[in-house]
Design a protein around this ligand. Structure first.
Ligand code: ATP
Ligand code: MG
Ligand code: MG
Length: 406
């Protein structure tokens, strides 16, 4: 199945036409959520063909992809069939069938980043073991599999104690906090019990959370987007400010740790490195995502090259673009479901109506078929001449009319 076209594009799966535009390689994306949707948007500008694999007929990327194969990215047979259409295979979610990807790689399928990276990252405990072996600073952690060693962890790390699921975690689902030893059994039960695969982390009373998006090209050159601050609400990313308001010394430390973390993983693409900044100026790694990330949405409007275009450039073997900001400041606000069903849609609609009137505000609506509380439905990025201005504009957007304010 691999072909050599004599022009350096060997084993590319393409549309059969002679080379036009920047690349004929068909990009296969496992997952068709909002990240896949925004990858399709970046690809369309360069007429790069993106095919997606997602089980949901009306997933956010469906309408924008060149092709949508309806099937599960967690199913070996579906992924194997899907790979036949793709010149390069990438992910917009890490909860994919990594074992199948490893087998496909052995058969010559080009996965970027590499299957080994997905395998390490999709298990948050394995990820922690990997990064600690690399000498990367992170909160103390420990595997737990019964009440006795969980209580032991509580004695070692103190309370509150962060308990996390090893797998299938996102938006804080899979995390729970025990405040006392007595709470341990119920918190473990709430996470599905020990059979589910759990570990604990020492609570980190961070001053701020930071994120660095690192891109690595196929030639191993590395390029970083500006350090941003992420503000979470109920464990879910809520607001992102770019650039982060921290001293240069901290930015450098964050970038150094992020680069070191990414260099320990294999393959091309963008990687998001989530970090904690402690009160005493330490930077600790929280976790890495092997794909575009919520903390990089703002790059669409605020950077010369967005994280989505950068990911495509990286996996297609094109030169990396300029990740620096072309606007002095940006702030991103996630539109999270505030209510179920129609009531939730109505609130989001009202908010976007207001945003349409705010200078520098850019609306992204993911077109998810169902509205649920705390679900990421869209986002708004406001760019402007200074940090204060974009913050004021966001404040004016979020100002809600309170009863009795007339
Ligand atoms: P994501 O959607 O980013 O994949 P996730 O479900 O994998 O999220 P984490 O990144 O582990 O969850 O944690 C979510 C948030 O919970 C963090 O951004 C941070 O605000 C808080 N948190 C996580 N670990 C700790 C810790 N050890 N101490 C204090 N707070 C923590
Ligand atoms: Mg995570
Ligand atoms: Mg996280």
């Amino acid at each position: 199945s691999s072909q050599d076209h004599g022009d350096g594009s060997s084993s590319e799966r393409h549309d059969g036409l002679p080379k036009r535009g920047v690349s004929n390689t068909v990009v296969g994306v496992l997952g068709g959520g909002q990240l896949g949707r925004m990858l399709c948007q970046a690809a369309s500008q360069m007429a790069v063909k993106v095919v997606i694999l997602d089980p949901l007929e009306s997933c956010p990327a469906s309408g924008l992809a060149y092709q949508h194969v309806v099937g599960s990215f967690d199913d070996g047979d579906a992924v194997r069939e899907f790979a036949k259409r793709c010149g390069v295979l990438t992910v917009e979610i890490e909860h994919v069938d990594a074992v199948t990807l490893e087998k496909l790689e052995l058969q010559g399928i080009d996965c970027q980043p590499k299957a080994s990276t997905i395998r390490i990252i999709q298990d948050k405990y394995l990820q922690k073991v990997h990064f600690s072996q690399q000498g990367i600073p992170l909160p103390d952690f420990m595997e737990i599999d019964n009440l006795a060693n969980t209580e032991k962890a509580g004695e070692l790390f103190g309370y509150p104690l962060m308990i996390k699921s090893k797998r299938l975690a996102y938006d804080g689902r899979g995390n729970a906090v025990a405040h006392t030893k007595e709470e341990l059994p119920s918190v473990v039960a709430a996470l599905g019990g020990f059979d589910h695969g759990l570990y604990v982390e020492r609570w980190t009373p961070f001053e701020k959370e930071l994120s660095v998006i690192v891109a690595r090209a196929r030639d191993n050159s590395v390029s970083c987007f500006p350090v941003v601050e992420t503000i979470h609400k109920n464990n879910i990313c809520h607001i992102v400010e770019s650039p982060a308001d921290v001293p240069d010394k901290i930015k450098k430390l964050a970038v150094d740790i992020a680069q070191k973390a990414v260099k320990s993983l294999e393959g091309a693409g963008v990687f998001a490195v989530e970090l904690f900044l402690t009160k005493d100026g330490q930077v600790l790694l929280n976790e890495v995502a092997p794909r575009p990330h919520n903390s990089g949405h703002h790059t669409i409007e605020s950077c010369y090259t967005s994280q989505y275009e950068q990911h495509l450039r990286a996996i297609l073997g094109l030169p990396l673009g300029d990740p620096s900001m072309k606007t002095p400041a940006a702030i991103m606000y996630n539109i999270l479901g505030e209510d179920e069903g129609e009531a939730g849609f109505h609130l989001a609609h009202q908010l976007m109506g207001k945003a349409l009137k705010i200078p520098g505000a850019n609306i992204h609506w993911y077109d998810k078929p169902e509205m649920r509380k705390l679900r990421k439905m869209g986002h708004i990025t406001i760019v402007g001449p200074s940090k204060n201005v974009v913050k004021e504009r966001l404040d004016s957007l979020l100002e809600r009319e309170t009863p009795g304010s007339h």
